[in-house]
Design a protein around this ligand. Structure first.
Ligand code: SF4
Ligand code: SF4
Length: 153
């Protein structure tokens, strides 16, 4: 299956991937309203490597692991792998116990602003292509299968 791969050498830390992730998962689908008025937690997060000031940026997002620890740890059946191998979260079932957040080895699960559920990458499976990949101006995020990703390393 294809996953979002991040290429640190192309990332400028502009944060547009976060902006477009929030917009894609908003009610309004409007970039201004989504980012100003709607309380959405981005499923992709830009982290800085500080030594002592920012020397590199990298995007942190779900790997949709084959052996997903978050799915195994979920006490409510809210975290699940769909028929395409995409690890998804059913917000109606989630009880915000944060077990998935604790076991994810990549820190890819975030507590939402209101704390009633969690946020993680769903590959924008309901909207076509991942918004972060589509809108990164520097090509730092790509949707690739493992072989394609290996060839680019
Ligand atoms: S949330 Fe973490 S453990 Fe679960 S599939 Fe994504 S990267 Fe793997
Ligand atoms: S926070 Fe929600 S999705 Fe995560 S383990 Fe708990 S019930 Fe499952």
């Amino acid at each position: 299956m294809k996953r979002v791969y991040a290429f640190e050498n192309r990332c400028l830390g502009c944060g547009l991937c976060e902006v477009y992730c929030k917009t894609a998962h908003s009610k309004s689908k409007d970039i201004i309203k989504a980012n100003r008025n709607e309380n959405i937690t981005s499923a992709i997060v830009i982290e800085e490597i500080l030594q002592p000031k920012a020397v590199a940026y990298f995007a942190l997002q779900c790997r949709h692991c084959d052996d997903a620890k978050c799915v195994k740890a979920c006490i409510a059946g809210a975290m699940y792998k769909d028929e395409n191998g995409v690890v998804r979260n059913d917000k109606d079932k989630c009880v915000a116990c944060l077990s998935c957040l604790l076991v994810c080895p990549f820190g890819a699960v975030k507590k939402t602003e209101e704390g009633k559920t969690v946020s993680k990458c769903d590959l924008c499976i309901d909207f076509g292509a991942p918004a972060c990949v589509e809108n990164c101006p520097n090509g730092a995020l790509k949707l690739l299968d493992d072989k394609e990703a290996e060839a680019l390393k």
